[in-house]
Design a protein around this ligand. Sequence first.
Ligand SMILES: NC(=O)c1ccc[n+]([C@@H]2O[C@H](COP(=O)([O-])OP(=O)(O)OC[C@H]3O[C@@H](n4cnc5c(N)ncnc54)[C@H](OP(=O)(O)O)[C@@H]3O)[C@@H](O)[C@H]2O)c1
Length: 238
Amino acid sequence: MVLVTGASRGIGAAIARELLARGCRVGCGYRRDPDAVARAVGPAEPEAVLPVPYDLADEASAERAVDTMLDAWGGLDGLVLNAGVWDGGRLATLDPADWWRVVELNVRGTAALARAALPALAKGDRPGIVLVSSIVGLIGHAGDTAYASAKAAMIGFARSLAKEVAADGIRVNVLAPGFVDTDMTALVPERSRRAIADATLLGRFGTVEEIARAAVFLSEDATFCTGSVLSIDGGWSL
Ligand SMILES: NC(=O)c1ccc[n+]([C@@H]2O[C@H](COP(=O)([O-])OP(=O)(O)OC[C@H]3O[C@@H](n4cnc5c(N)ncnc54)[C@H](OP(=O)(O)O)[C@@H]3O)[C@@H](O)[C@H]2O)c1
């Protein structure tokens, strides 16, 4: 029983599909449209999929999301903190309100749901938390001071939380993807896309399926990993 946030589109939807293919029951976080979950995960056993409303901007929705899982299935074994927002712009030009919105939504929303889920996870089966950060949180990227700050914060958060909850048997790991074509990256200008592709050793962008397999590895298989950061970036960071 794994809760995946931001499972209505993109990487989160692919993680949900991969977990379902592995036989997990999956709570699929969405912000706006519950029907988007069914469209995103495709044909799955209906009893294996639970649409879960959750908004990074609403701390109370974190408690409600965990309660939704417990009411439906009576437990929680895993949490994939995938939902995130991006807004680009250099420090000198990005409106400070937009800058802080990116940092606050990504960090505060993620921390709120992790906090809310800990008591249930402590009773779970081989419990684990996976945070979907970004490679730019490690290597930086011009035009991304807000987003990279948030994604770097998630790494420090995860490594600290790993130390806090290891005694409860909860693993906390981080995925740091490179560039993947999704709605989030659709607005990245062509010049930046070309520069990122050129800097990526494998010469292409990642697919949502490749990121999903790595997320499921950390969530389900990496039983001796905690506090680790798995870069999955085609070599962009080298
Ligand atoms: N794409 C990349 O190149 C890339 C690279 C590195 C890391 N990442 C990270 O991977 C994660 C997924 O990215 P993606 O590319 O799949 O993005 P996406 O296609 O834009 O999908 C974003 C998902 O997050 C949800 N979401 C957006 N705002 C939310 C909010 N305020 N509260 C709750 N959920 C919200 C969306 O739900 P709705 O459909 O309801 O809006 C959607 O399911 C993000 O954390 C992103 O930072 C992406």
